[in-house]
Design a protein around this ligand. Sequence first.
Ligand code: SF4
Length: 508
Amino acid sequence: MTMADVHNESPTTFAPPRLSKSKFLSGLQCHKRLYLEIHQPALATPPDASMQAILDMGTEIGILAQQRFRGGVLVKSGFRRREAAITETAALLQDSEIPAVFEAAFEHEGVVVRVDILERVQNGDGGSSFWRLIEVKSSTRVKDVHLDDLAIQSHVVQGAGVRLDATCLMHIDTGYFYQGGEVDLQALFSIENISEAVTERRGLVPERLAAMKAMLLEPQAPVIEPDQHCHAPYECPFWAHCTKEKPQRWIYHLPGKKEIVGQLVRQGIMTIDEIPDETKLSDVQRKVKDNVEWVSPRLDHILRSVSYPIHHLDAETVMLALPRFPSTRPYQSLPVQWSNHIELESGEVTHQEFLHSEASDPRRAWAEALLESLGETGSIVVYSAYEETIIRQLADIFPEYKSAFKAIVKRLWDLLPVIKSHYYHPAFHGSYSIKSVLPAVVPSLGYGDLTIQEGGQAAAEYYRMVFLESDWVERDSIREALLRYCARDTLAMVELRRVLEKKTREVS
Ligand code: SF4
């Protein structure tokens, strides 16, 4: 029976299904997740286009990493051709002229892995060389999950008879400063030998594997309550399925540190309303528990401190793992878009926007268009300190605009701390994100009708539009979606100010 055969079925045979590296990691996060991935994958929320863009960025980094190993050979058989890939790998390992093998395939104890890079470090007798196993990640440092990732790989590879000299993680070095021309792969990637930590973690693999295999033969998924473990190290795609029966005021929705939630659950408390009054809660947690609207008496005065014309500014950025423009580093925030809704004293509102939709350095065009739009007068309402950070960075990059940017920073007026300190609505559910605040305060204006609904998705879609998508119709529709999303953020601030002003009049 193949893996494809066991999908969508309850386990009816006594042979545990074959596992992959990613299934093993899923099982480490949660046995229920692994069970559902194997037996009921249709219950998962499918990845969206932006998740695909993030995966594509990772693939691009993987291909680039291979270029650092001259003469390396790729195992051409794809992931669905397991046996062919294993045979192809074995032949390449035997050829002592080949210095590195990419996507090498191995199977041991029912686990199949594909190794990003196997580098030959020393030729032995009869082709039994020593190898360096290298996992490529687009992250910027070694994380705990990488140890488990390499532990299962080295368990399988060594179990298949390959002699490993070291296990390493190859990741992006954010210290690399790209100056144009060809990317320096030696400087872009850092290779860390983490053999010792991996060996330690490898000792746990047999027991963990055995537990997973036994669990997978059970007729039902294990009963595991959703909590913090569902979000780390990865967001579990079964979250919607596992939480669909939870009450609206489920205790897990209490914001802030989750230790308190764990303590309350151990006391048998399942909803926020059941929290005993004497429980020590943070200010926000108390507001969520009280669940009533609150308007500070000072809100009116603070809202009146803006001056006309009132600009409402939101900026979007993209962070590229692979720097593409001179004088940038990996993962540097590059501003690519802004929206500005301008409210005049007459009440009239106009809108200006900018989106850099070409694969070129966006910073100068972004900055010059913004300076023109913001002019020299009026408050500039933002929602968080993010815009200030971007503007300060640009002031350092373009000294000719330093004083203009300094003047802009002085005009910034942040609505987020104002709401945090002076207003609360039960529908915030403890979150002051504009995505939670807007639909609560202005129910007619949310984000639900938009294709792009949050910043991470906007960045991924931007990357897809500029660097991946070749169909101009699709590019155009992403562009439209990005413009609508950013414009909604700034219109949101206009409406939030107006509705909050009205509320202050109602309570006075
Ligand atoms: S949502 Fe949580 S409990 Fe449910 S399968 Fe995923 S990790 Fe496990």
